[in-house]
Design a protein around this ligand. Structure first.
Ligand SMILES: *Cc1c(COP(=O)(O)O)cnc(C)c1O
Length: 424
């Protein structure tokens, strides 16, 4: 598995400067592009289609690396894995019936090694770090991307620094500690400029660390991992795309990566239809939905002033990959919807109660978006719908605990039992 790369070039999304795939580069060097222009990765699809076929893919072992021809890794000998990807696409019949939908599915990303879909981008980012020969990784994250980077850095034997906002839930920070990351918590996210990103820029510059966040302008390789979710969905539908897909959006890398994946399989002739992509954001931080509704220029999306939401994983005041995400929504003829915290928490309960799936608020906002659009009669009930469930409920256990009362401990006898179960 050596020399697998079909990358032809990297090109800045802002100034169009091009870079060779041989260069050890993560950011555009044009002044003014830093942290804004993303080095989009281009592949030679003609060449890939000569090597790759549906039947070849069907014979391979499942997981992210099964799609190696479509990933930006040159040296196949350094590939690492924790068993990411290959997540189930589940027909959710009970929930579908409840909502009046015949063809409702969830792509359940909770079973990834660190409990969120972020393992897909991070396995690529860390493998690339090994290829580049770096020793130290650093990330800015609300928690999940950091946990994932920390886990893969541990696996790869790299040192990892994780920058999180002070609002990151303790359960996410605990995970970081166990993976051996060095953690810094920053104040000031509520002011609308992400302090973790500010420090990511300064620290990676000062110490020469490898920036590895989930969004593209600081390092474009991770977003390529999100594509594999779409490839899997197409294969799981027997080489078809669903009609609509609901995606929770923070920085926008997931959504943009998803769309790129669908388009690539279309380009390769592996699928004949493309889905509409619906972006879902919390009402307390919805810069991308606002940009979509107002018809903003993708390169000038306005920043969200005071983010406040239970969905911490979606609390990016500036969507770093918003340009690509906005173009993806438009190209796919999709849409966007903002949901309240209350709607998110209701969706979280519904998914758990009807389908046995325990998701964190950020990971289930997508479902809240579907329910909202159904209530507004914006969804055709016969369509095939996929809702992405992107993170585990264990990631933010506090938010769940707050909503329930612990029953008192009782003596083990039937009378006490009946009192506790059947009264009130
Ligand atoms: C990061 C994250 C998202 C959003 O992904 P972006 O690429 O930032 O848009 C959604 N759900 C969960 C659970 C996340 O951790």
């Amino acid at each position: 598995m050596i020399k697998v790369s079909f990358v032809i070039k990297l090109k800045c999304s802002r100034c169009s400067e091009e870079y060779s795939p041989e260069e050890k580069v993560t950011m555009c060097r044009t002044p003014g592009c830093k942290g804004l222009g993303r080095l989009d990765i281009y592949y030679n699809y003609d060449k890939i289609s000569k090597q790759l076929s549906k039947s070849k893919l069907e014979q391979r072992k499942p997981g992210v690396w099964k799609y190696k021809e479509l990933l930006p890794i040159k040296d196949g000998t350094r590939i690492i894995t924790l068993g990411e990807g290959n997540t189930p696409l589940i027909k959710v019949k009970r929930l579908g019936e409840k909502l009046g939908l015949k063809n409702l599915y969830v792509k359940n990303e909770i079973g990834n090694p660190t409990g969120s879909f972020k393992d897909r981008p991070m396995v690529i980012g860390v493998t690339k770090a090994l290829e580049f020969g770096v020793k130290t990784t650093v990330t800015a994250s609300s928690g999940n991307a950091a946990a994932s980077l920390a886990a893969y850095s541990a696996k790869a034997g790299l040192e990892c620094y994780a920058f999180v906002p002070e609002t990151a839930p303790i359960s996410k920070i605990a995970q970081l500690f166990l993976y051996g990351a060095k953690v810094a918590r920053f104040k000031g996210l509520e002011k609308g400029e992400d302090p973790t990103v500010k420090m990511l820029i300064e620290a990676s510059e000062k110490y020469g660390w490898y920036p590895c966040p989930s969004f593209g302008p600081f390092n474009p390789y991770q977003a390529e991992g999100a594509k594999t979710m779409s490839y899997e969905i197409i294969e799981q539908f027997d080489w078809n795309s669903p009609d609509v897909i609901f995606v929770p959006v923070g920085g926008g890398g997931l959504l943009a990566g998803n769309w790129k994946g669908f388009k690539e399989f279309y380009e390769l002739g592996f699928v004949k239809n493309l889905p509409r992509i619906i972006a879902v954001q919390p009402e307390g931080c919805a810069p991308l939905i606002r940009a979509f509704k107002k018809g903003e220029d993708p390169l000038n999306i306005s920043r969200w002033e005071r983010p406040k939401t239970v969905a911490g994983g979606l609390s990016d005041p500036y969507p770093w990959d918003g340009d690509a995400a906005l173009k993806s929504i438009r190209e796919s003829n999709g849409g966007g919807v903002a949901v309240s915290d209350k709607e998110i928490l209701e969706a979280q309960k519904l998914l758990a109660k009807y389908e046995g799936i325990f998701a964190e608020p950020s990971g289930v906002a997508s479902l809240a978006g579907l329910i909202k659009m159904l209530n507004e009669n914006k969804i055709d009930k016969d369509e095939t719908i996929v809702v992405e469930i992107t993170g585990s409920g264990f990631k933010d256990i506090d938010i769940v605990i707050k909503q329930f009362k612990l029953p008192p401990a009782i003596e083990p006898n039937i009378k006490e039992l009946e009192k506790t179960l059947f009264s009130s």
